[in-house]
Design a protein around this ligand. Structure first.
Ligand SMILES: Cc1ncc(COP(=O)(O)O)c(C=O)c1O
Length: 423
């Protein structure tokens, strides 16, 4: 499927490049909802994206025709479920440009993937006095596990600062390395500001020091083409539900040599080759990290979401979202009393802002009356809020099914909120 047409106009149906957004929207039943007697303008995609009918249909097919537990079953349904579940590894490989399916571990989400690296790699290879480098832009899920490890082991966390635009200071980053640096954790795209970090360059810097890098890709994979071989990252984590797939599933990509060297995080069925009370032999990668009955239908749903997005093309998605972001930045930037937080030169799909004299929470509540769904708060990135001296922001975050018209609705709703508060 291609959403491109030859039409080039801003009629709410096509963007300036002719991306047929109405055709895309027809794939998403939930976007037809009315909220408070207004059409839903769903601008909370960084928290979770919506599911197209193709993913919903895939669930129905699985539940009505394919469900059984996977691996080792000799009956028809177990074989079908196993085949469909395992086939998703190849889809994820193609999506991330990975050539070895053993490097794809199914998890329950980005948080779970990062915790797996912390337990599997960190607890084995990081000790007293060692150092972990994280950026100030990290989501709590790429901070708290490392703090837990640092506390347990007596290790230290070093933080990469950012400038007032929300761009990481690469020179300062380079200065943070010492012979004790054991791992770097970096978000590819900041969920609070939308900054696209120069992860390829930053990974190369770490590798020159012999240090592996974990990239949190939760906010990148839905918006940018990601090639982990080109990035040369050691680990890459993302969640299904931000990618138009289901909750409860995520991916950890890890270089085979790291995954081989890591200890398992969870013990149980399926992650073993043999068990006796004297000795357990673990399964090969990636199964060593997939204990217990996995989220079978969620994995299969994630595969359907990847198929759907790949058919549109992540490049097409990125170009449409870039136009939405540019337009929204212009419109909100022109409003008196509205300040955009995060003005990096390279951004993806996120517009954080504060309105003078109105708490972000009140902005969110008033926008909801107009059917506009945004998120307000610290976005699980309190260090970012501290860096910018705000307790919270309002955050509009775009997906490829959003329209320029919805940006207008957002802008008008903010102006109405300002009037309510007589700002
Ligand atoms: C950058 C980033 N990392 C990690 C996460 C955590 O993802 P999950 O809750 O799906 O594990 C999020 C969720 O918002 C995020 O935006």
């Amino acid at each position: 499927m291609s959403a491109r047409t030859t039409a080039v106009h801003r009629d709410g149906r096509h963007d300036a490049r002719g991306f047929d957004v109405e055709r895309i929207r027809a794939d998403f039943p939930i976007l037809q909802l009315q909220v408070n007697a207004n059409p839903l303008a769903y601008l909370d995609n960084a928290a979770s994206a919506q599911m197209p009918q193709a993913v919903i249909d895939r669930f129905v097919r699985y539940r009505t025709r394919e469900h059984a537990n996977i691996h080792r079953g000799v009956h028809y349904l177990s074989e079908v479920a196993t085949r469909e579940y395992e086939a998703v590894r190849a889809k994820v490989c193609a999506f991330l440009n990975v050539h070895d399916e053993r490097e794809i571990v199914y998890t329950s989400g980005t948080t779970d993937s990062i915790n797996l690296v912390m337990h599997g790699y960190g607890r084995k290879f990081i000790g007293r006095g060692d150092e972990i480098i994280l950026s100030v832009l990290e989501h709590h899920s790429n901070i708290v596990p490392w703090q837990m490890l640092a506390e347990e082991k007596g290790a230290h966390i070093r933080v990469i600062p950012c400038n007032d635009a929300g761009e990481l200071l690469v020179d300062a980053y380079e200065q943070l390395f010492t012979p004790r640096t054991k791992i770097v954790g970096l978000t590819h795209v900041s969920n609070a500001l939308g900054t696209i970090n120069p992860v390829k360059e930053m990974i190369a810097i770490a590798h020159r020091q012999g240090v592996p890098v974990l990239v949190d890709g939760a906010q990148a994979v839905p918006h940018l083409p990601v090639d982990v071989k080109d990035l040369d990252c050691d680990f890459y984590a993302f969640s299904g539900h931000k990618l138009c797939g289901p909750t409860g599933v995520g991916i950890l990509y890890g270089k085979a040599r790291h995954l081989e060297a890591m200890q398992p995080f969870k013990g149980g069925g399926d992650m073993i080759l043999s068990v006796s009370f004297e000795k357990t032999t673990y399964n090969d990668i990636p199964y060593k990290f997939e204990a217990g009955t996995p989220p079978i239908e969620q994995v299969i749903g994630l595969g359907a979401a990847i198929d759907y997005l790949s058919a549109i093309g992540i490049g097409e998605i990125q170009a449409h979202e870039d136009e939405l972001l540019r337009y929204a930045t212009d419109r909100l930037g022109a409003l008196n009393g509205v300040r955009i937080v995060g003005t990096a030169a390279h951004k993806a799909s996120v517009l954080s802002f504060v309105v003078d004299g109105v708490h972000p929470h009140d902005i969110g509540t008033l926008l909801n009356e107009d059917g506009v769904a945004i998120r307000t708060g610290h976005h699980c990135a309190q260090p970012v809020m501290q860096r910018f001296g705000v307790p919270a922001t309002a955050r509009a975050s775009f997906a490829f099914y959003n329209t320029l018209r919805e940006v207008d609705v957002l802008t008008e709703a903010i102006v109405r909120a300002q009037k309510v508060f007589a700002v």
